[in-house]
Design a protein. Structure first.
Length: 655
């Protein structure tokens, strides 16, 4: 398939954005209504309910399962096509330069699709869903896979970049808004679109709002107001709001802040941060994983100790206005955000869920103070400025509580180091610990689904000690991860109470030492390790993408991929493999169109992770000597992270 074209495809929407939003809201209202009906009748939406009974007769996924394995290519289930839509370096605009891996510049990268695509969001521009805006996160820059000559050691390569290469890295990160259209059954990039836009770490101006905006800890020499910042970092899973804006999460932002105060081994000395020492320690600052602080003063924490406080937030972008200024919403807290998917409460407010992707960190939910108004988009774009941030406590009896993180309540007082709500939000991790939240095994994507159901992916925690388990994290260590399902009280995502249950304990069910738990019909191809991204398709069915990183060989011995997982009825816990990645790649961003006839997938860092453990290659990868040159397979092209579009041969719904 052609990755892009230069023809102008009409961008005039056949259905207004407000109509599309209202249509989406009506579907959410349907699910909320089902939940409310169940609550009134005394029936929980579980496998014992009449709704669940409808699905208990047979598995809802009918595709023939893909064989697991690992090689240098991607694979999809029989009967489906998986085409490359757009790759790192592909032109995004009519005047974009062609990609030349040997002559990269920041200026060219700003006009090209960024690196390491992760989250995918789709905002339709036509009523039939055949034209829309793809919103894509570019999580990070992989130096060794970007620049020939830096070698195949990940850390050494990142610390060997020049000032010019650092600028390219900054330009390659952030996000892309790309208009796409479907013609003759195939999706194409519309390079001439008025909506196409790059959001980067290099030069995108943003504002800061909410309780922490203007606080002394947010002020720097470049921004004495504490209300403006340049760029966004390490955007992982994200979200699309009911009013059609794009939420970008900032995850491993701490990697980019370095110090000149190091020991003989080049490690940051302990006790740094001055008055912010406790905060720095909890947020792993300074990390010294890149050369950014060597060339850019704002990423040198010695020179700008408040700059790290300006990252770790949720950023809202308006894809419909290419001139809009993105906003960092401090009301949603500062941590390593994984995901910010959202749903509407029964009384019309908006709940935004997010995990803090680190071992022993927490699960969060933000609920807006104001209510969503389907006819007033501008007002909706202010909703995330004010509300209450909650953190989850999982009780051993299967109940749970959302604990408010509000200054002055409980331990969140001046005596305990929280002088204001701004301090609570800048140091969200410290506040969550203070109120007694449950430390979890790397909480990543948190996805609200039908009827107040929420699925949480716990990727893994090999550092949890034997004897340190709890009901919600029952294995120590836990290298394989697990899935938890939450049911909000009354089916209302605005509730402060929930019940929870274990959906799957990942790992190989044939190996007792893994202590894995799946439906008995799950095959050797269907089980997985390291669940990461969560998605519900338009029918309310569950899909899981995996990220084993460099440990794939010892965890599963097979490539990362996308799995369909039954979570309702008699087949609960049955998993089937649908798509798998090439060697060294991670599966990200599953996103369906509203009619379920298209599935967008992000394949990130091909060839990069664990190539030495793949016997046909047997060594670490680099840009000049990669384990695969997917997806181009050309000797003059490195492996390129890409968006893949999956459709059914002959048409029809996915799965």
């Amino acid at each position: 398939m052609t990755a892009s074209n230069d023809r102008t495809i009409a961008t005039t929407a056949e259905l207004s954005l407000n109509d599309l939003i209202a249509e989406r809201l009506s579907r959410r209202d349907l699910f909320s209504g089902l939940a409310a009906t169940a609550a009134v009748s005394g029936l929980a939406l579980t496998s014992a309910s009449p709704i669940a009974a409808q699905t208990a007769k047979a598995a809802s996924f009918t595709f023939k399962e893909l064989a697991s394995g690992i090689d240098d290519r991607h694979h999809v289930a029989e009967g489906y096509d998986a085409d490359i839509l757009i790759r790192w370096g592909d032109p995004m605009f009519a005047d974009s330069p062609a990609f030349d891996p040997l002559k990269q510049t920041a200026a060219s990268q700003l006009r090209q699709f960024g690196m390491n695509n992760d989250f995918l969001g789709f905002i339709p521009l036509r009523a039939d869903g055949t034209q829309g805006l793809l919103c894509v996160h570019h999580e990070y820059a992989e130096s060794k896979m970007m620049f020939p000559g830096l070698g195949n050691d990940t850390r050494k390569a990142s610390l060997s970049t020049t000032a010019e290469q650092v600028a390219v890295e900054m330009a390659s990160m952030g996000g892309s808004i790309v208009e796409i259209a479907r013609e003759a059954g195939k999706w194409l990039v519309v390079r001439t679109s008025q909506y196409n836009r790059r959001i980067t770490a290099l030069d995108t101006q943003m504002t800061i709002d909410g309780p922490a905006a203007g606080h002394a800890r947010m002020k720097t020499s470049a921004d004495p107001t504490g209300a403006r910042v340049v760029g966004t970092l390490n955007n992982c899973a994200g979200g699309i709001t009911p009013w059609g804006t794009w939420l970008m999460s900032e995850e491993n932002w701490h990697y980019y802040f370095s110090t000149d105060q190091v020991d003989d081994q080049g490690r940051a000395k302990k006790g740094l941060g001055g008055a912010q020492e406790k905060s720095w320690a909890r947020y792993d600052l300074p990390a010294r994983r890149t050369n950014w602080g060597k060339y850019v003063d704002r990423f040198n924490a010695d020179k700008e100790p408040n700059e790290p406080n300006r990252f770790g937030w949720i950023v809202e972008v308006d894809p419909m206005d290419p001139n809009s200024v993105p906003v960092k919403h401090t009301a949603l807290g500062r941590f390593r955000h994984e995901g910010c998917e959202n749903a509407i409460t029964l009384d019309g407010r908006v709940a935004v869920y997010s995990g803090d992707d680190d071992r022993g960190e927490f699960v969060y939910k933000f609920v807006t103070a104001g209510k969503y108004d389907a006819g007033y988009r501008i007002a909706n774009m202010k909703l995330l400025s004010e509300g209450i941030l909650y953190v989850a406590r999982f009780n051993a009896d299967g109940s749970g509580t959302w604990l408010p993180l509000v200054h002055g309540q409980g331990p969140l007082t001046v005596v305990n180091g929280f002088a204001s709500q701004a301090d609570v939000l800048i140091d969200t991790r410290l506040a969550a610990t203070a109120v007694g939240a449950t430390p979890m095994d790397r909480p990543e994507d948190v996805e609200p689904g039908p009827g107040g159901r929420v699925v949480l992916a716990l990727t893994n925690n090999a550092e949890r000690k034997e004897g340190a388990q709890d009901a919600a994290n029952p294995r120590g260590p836990n290298p394989h991860g697990h899935l938890i399902e939450l049911l909000e009280d009354g089916g209302d995502v605005g509730a402060t109470k929930f019940t929870w249950s274990m959906l799957v304990l990942c790992g190989d069910p044939a190996k007792p030492e893994h202590k894995a738990k799946w439906h008995a019909d799950t095959t050797a191809d269907g089980w997985f390790s390291a669940p990461d991204n969560v998605a519900f398709d338009p029918a309310g069915r569950l899909w899981i993408a995996t990220d084993q990183g460099t440990s794939w060989a010892k965890l599963s011995g097979k490539a990362d991929g996308l799995y369909a997982v039954e979570y309702e009825g008699a087949k609960r816990g049955l998993s089937k493999l649908f798509f798998r990645c090439p060697i060294g790649a991670e599966m990200c961003g599953p996103r369906f169109t509203a009619d379920a006839t298209t599935l967008f997938l992000a394949v990130q860092h091909p060839a990069a992770d664990g190539a030495a453990d793949w016997k046909p290659f047997g060594k670490a990868s680099s840009a000049q000597d990669p384990a695969t040159r997917w997806p181009d397979f050309k000797p003059d092209m490195p492996p390129r992270p890409s968006v893949v579009v999956v459709t059914k041969k002959g048409g029809g719904r996915i799965g």
